[in-house]
Write a protein of this length. Sequence first.
Length: 183
Amino acid sequence: MALATPATVAAPAVAHRTCASRAESGRFVHGIPRSYRSDIIRAGPFALIARYYATEPRSTFRSVRGRSDRYYPQKLLVVVRAGLTVTVSVPRAERRFALLYDRSAWDIPYSRGYRLADGERRVTFHACRASTPSFVPGKHRPVGKWTEFNGSVIVAGARCVTLEVRARRRAWRPRLSFGAGRC
């Protein structure tokens, strides 16, 4: 029996998420809440709410039944410090992992899964200024200290992944686990 391998991910142009494309829960107005701190993986002015993925069953990250080159997207909320621009890149060595933050790629039905080539290798997040008004009707508050961006990642099998995060001429390399325990 031959095993299919995921298609190599082409390096598309950088996807951009702006302040206007943010998500809003209101939970990050005053900072990162204590209830999230155990789930946060931080890289300078950037944080991923992802630590819980380490203990997910390995089967969560297997391919879609009958479609060996497709995987279910894993939701991954990220937050960026107010007023900053952060670029997140997937290194070449992590060819079995892709970001999915370009909203134009979200039209694939969940049940079909995503190919690695459907994702991005790099995303730039442009956070709102802290004083930016909320777009939630009836909420007369600013966006606050952190800007939220919703999206997903495509993970081709349980694994540890290292990302590259850059902001203000500094770089970080957070390591994330997807069904692989401690990395």
